[in-house]
Design a protein around this ligand. Structure first.
Ligand code: ZN
Length: 219
């Protein structure tokens, strides 16, 4: 029973929605876990709820507002102007320090309470935007730590770890959810659904991946 359940860390963006459907393919019972972490565009949680409802998975929101209060990021602080490009030798200010560490730790406790062993997250080292907590070494290290912390055998799945954005679009297509990802997900840092604002780094990455995927799939 324990191996039939998975919890997906779910924001309602392209990556985690693709992971939600990936999890539905591999597990019988899928739970979506979203977070309020002080993000400026908190309505993303309502969009996530709607996507989860349509996907037929149980949806839970956790309040992790302390994350936004602890550290500074242009995704949580309205007074910081967002970096449009990657600054040299530093993280972009869209980096939210500790976010994935806290999300996965909270997710693991949630999993334990629900008799779940499998956690799924949409982090990717290929298009990791300079965020250290999207890298494979961090995820593997945290997986060991969480197991030691609770004497559990959690398995953190990262289906997108080595995919670029074009391959993530391809995976959505394979899973039969290309249109859902295209039309209903929110990736944009400025809170605009689907195609987004077109200007922020998240929109650029998403669009470049989509163009690349369309190019590759017509060859
Ligand atoms: Zn945008």
């Amino acid at each position: 029973m324990i191996d039939k359940k998975a919890v997906v860390l779910f924001s309602g963006g392209q990556d985690s929605t693709t992971c939600l459907y990936w999890a539905k393919k591999h597990f019988e019972n899928v739970y979506a876990l979203s977070f309020l972490y002080g993000q400026k565009h908190a309505h993303e949680v309502e969009l996530a709820r709607e996507i989860a409802r349509k996907a037929g998975v149980e949806f839970t929101v956790m309040d992790a507002g302390f994350i936004g209060k602890l550290g500074s990021s242009s995704l949580t602080d309205t007074t910081i102007e967002m970096d449009k490009e990657m600054p040299e030798g530093a993280f972009p200010n869209t980096f939210v320090p500790g976010r994935n560490l806290f999300f996965l730790s909270i997710g693991a406790v949630f999993a334990r309470e629900h008799g779940i062993r499998h956690l799924v997250t949409g982090v990717s080292q290929t298009d990791y935007s300079g965020y250290p907590d999207c890298r494979d070494s961090f995820i593997k290290s945290l997986n060991v730590t969480l197991n030691l912390a609770m004497d559990e055998q959690f398995v953190i799945h990262t289906p997108l770890m080595w995919l670029d954005k074009a391959q993530t679009w391809a995976l959505a297509d394979e899973l039969g959810v290309f249109d859902i990802i295209l039309q209903e997900t929110l990736t944009c840092y400025n809170g605009v659904v689907a195609d987004g604002c077109g200007e922020c780094p998240a929109c650029k990455l998403r669009r470049q991946g989509l163009e690349e995927y369309r190019k590759r799939s017509t060859i």
